[in-house]
Design a protein around this ligand. Structure first.
Ligand code: 7TS
Length: 413
């Protein structure tokens, strides 16, 4: 499961050969894939792990005693152990497999229905992806709790933490925030935010959708209670994700979905629950997805997450600095340290037109609200264009981005 490069000195351009999809042309130009914030591409080792699983080991897990079921169960649970190691969880029992970040956050929000009451508050930030906002809106509605927001400073996209103690003091029971913003690129001080939540007796929820595949994530060092991420945003398959939860909390929580596998015993009139994490995994899980995720984590660690973080961030900072020279551009997020993405607006051009313009040159960008609608409303812009980077992107591709945005500015300006 090793990438085809020497991890001590990553040759980023050579890594591209690990990703079969990147070799194609789009509209007559070599593909530049800058839509990694939405989903990343998959290296051959991940694709092959899925094929191998289905060709050799496929069976249902936890229920059969035959050889294939044993192999499938072993592979599925090995993936769980690997995830625990990847994020430095104290135990693999703290790893719940989900469909993705969205399902993990919904799991918490659903089960916290019985833990909140009128007068309580849920704290989030103004930079939330809808997945880390709407579930809390619904939880607030169900329980009578209030929803409070940590403000964003403005176009520079930082959290304004000056009033956070006052916010947390308003009976906050749960504080959810993104480790890295999917539109601003801001890297939030997650460790500090978790510590502040804990000091007020609030449970912390880290949305790691944009961080888990891009930088080292250590749940014990962060001191978080929950952390959710998606396999497909970190070189793994779609349909598999992870919810990390502190063991004691998971044990106290009610089940989420119910059905097979999550029970200990079932009578006609009542049931008892399986132990954690199986209590939260009703029905047949995405076994192949877990196998593919395992392969992806091995792949990322063979390159090294600190190196990936530095690489992605460097591309984003270079892109930010050079895009700033484009006439009529408005850039969002911090000008200094940032995660691997850049969002911008171009005067006179709708984001979708910019994306279509770039697509004609084989460059895949994303335009729209990127599921942070309230943030754009606050900043007074309806839609932006986003370039988001990953380990297989190169400075030469950033050159092409800069070129096409200059041409777009001229064309639409
Ligand atoms: N949280 C953040 C910060 C995200 O960026 C996303 C997806 C999610 C949660 C939801 O992840 P999912 O895998 O459950 O869908 N972000 C994006 C994006 O920026 N463009 O498309 C999806």
């Amino acid at each position: 499961m090793k990438p085809s490069i020497d991890a001590s000195a990553p040759d980023w351009a050579a890594l591209r050969d690990d990703f079969p999809i990147l070799g194609q042309s789009v509209h007559g130009h070599p593909l530049v894939y800058f839509d990694n914030g939405a989903t990343t591409q998959k290296p051959r080792v991940v694709i092959e792990s899925l094929v191998h699983y289905y060709e050799h080991d496929n069976a249902n897990v936890h229920r059969g005693v035959h050889e294939l079921s044993f192999r499938a169960t072993t592979a599925y649970e090995a993936a769980r152990t690997r995830v625990a190691e990847f994020i430095h969880a104290a135990s693999s029992d703290e790893i719940v497999f989900t469909r993705g970040t969205t399902e993990g956050l919904n799991l918490i929000a659903y089960t916290f229905t019985s833990r909140l009451k009128p007068g309580d508050a849920i704290l989030v930030t103004e930079m939330e992806h809808h997945s880390n906002l709407v579930p809390w809106q619904l939880l607030a509605k169900r329980t009578g709790a209030r929803l409070l927001f940590v403000p964003v400073t403005g176009d520079d996209g930082l959290l304004d933490l000056s009033g956070i103690e006052g916010l947390l003091a308003q009976n906050v029971k749960l504080f959810a925030f993104p480790q890295v913003s999917n539109t601003l690129g801001t890297i939030n001080p997650a460790q500090e935010l978790c510590a502040r939540a804990r000091a007020h007796g609030a449970v912390s929820v880290v949305d790691a959708a944009q961080s888990a595949g891009h930088m080292p994530v250590d749940v014990q060092a962060l001191g978080c209670d929950f952390l959710a991420f998606s396999g497909h945003k970190m070189a793994g398959p779609t349909g598999i994700g992870v919810l990390y939860g502190r063991l004691k909390l998971l044990e106290e929580m009610d089940p989420f979905q119910s059905g097979g596998d999550m029970i200990a015993s079932v009578q006609y009139d009542h049931s008892t629950w399986n132990k954690v994490p199986h209590k939260f995994e009703a029905g047949t899980p995405h076994i192949a997805g877990a196998v593919g995720l395992h392969a992806a984590l091995d792949y990322l660690d063979a390159i090294g997450r600190p190196a990936i973080a530095a690489h992605d961030s460097q591309l984003a900072r270079d892109a930010y600095a050079r895009l700033a020279e484009v006439p009529g551009i408005r850039l969002f997020g911090p000008s200094g340290e940032r995660g691997g993405l850049v969002c911008f607006g171009l005067a006179g051009a709708h984001a979708h037109d910019v994306v279509t313009f770039a697509d004609q040159e084989g460059i895949a960008l994303r335009g729209g609200h990127h599921c942070t609608q309230p943030l754009w409303h606050k900043l007074g812009i309806a839609a932006t264009t986003r370039a988001s980077f990953y380990l297989y992107n190169t400075p030469a591709e950033v050159d092409r981005l800069i070129g096409v945005i200059h041409r777009a500015a001229k064309f639409f300006g």
